[in-house]
Design a protein around this ligand. Sequence first.
Ligand code: GRF
Length: 218
Amino acid sequence: MKSMVILISGRGSNMAALLDAVGEAAFPARVAAVLCNRPHAPGLEIAAARGIPARVVDHTRYPERAAFDAALAEAIDAWTPDLVALAGFMRILGDDFVARYAGRLINIHPSLLPAFPGLRTHQRALDAGVRIHGCTAHFVTPALDHGPIIAQAAVPVLDGDDADSLAARVLIQEHRLYPLVVRWFAEGRLRVVDGRVALDAAQEAAASLISPQASGRR
Ligand code: GRF
């Protein structure tokens, strides 16, 4: 059984999806703790309601990023996790922090990377006129949103979409994808070879991630 610490900043719906998954019988990982950089994040209450230790490392108390990163690392290491999962964690982490957790730090990003790294991904996808959008689970490396891609899930962009409707469609897929990727990690199925992820998983599982949500037309 692998242990995991989840880092959040806000709503915590991806965290909740992970908590749902680890609650299932035979899931190969457990959530040791949730850490959050914002004292009033709604996700903290969700974690507490589920009996998960939830701690705040408030970035505003650390004028320098390195000091915040060090405090965060200390809080994480108290749980000696096998995996650190960023789930809507909205702070950029320094190179030393990323190096400390190399190979065991993952993120879920709301676009089909390498398209649309950074913020406002859904509006930028609409502005670019793409017809397919989605989400990416990836290992974290120092270059923001550029680490080795583990898996992706795609959704169509529908006529009449705005950023909110598109975000909602993508979020459904995030909640499917992230627990699956954590499962693969915990089962030892992920290896990074030459900067790319070699996935030892059933082809059917990977194929099912291309989500034919056209039936989700409103
Ligand atoms: C998600 O879309 C995630 O991909 C992005 O920020 C959002 C966080 O949502 N990084 P939540 O806090 O998991 O509900």
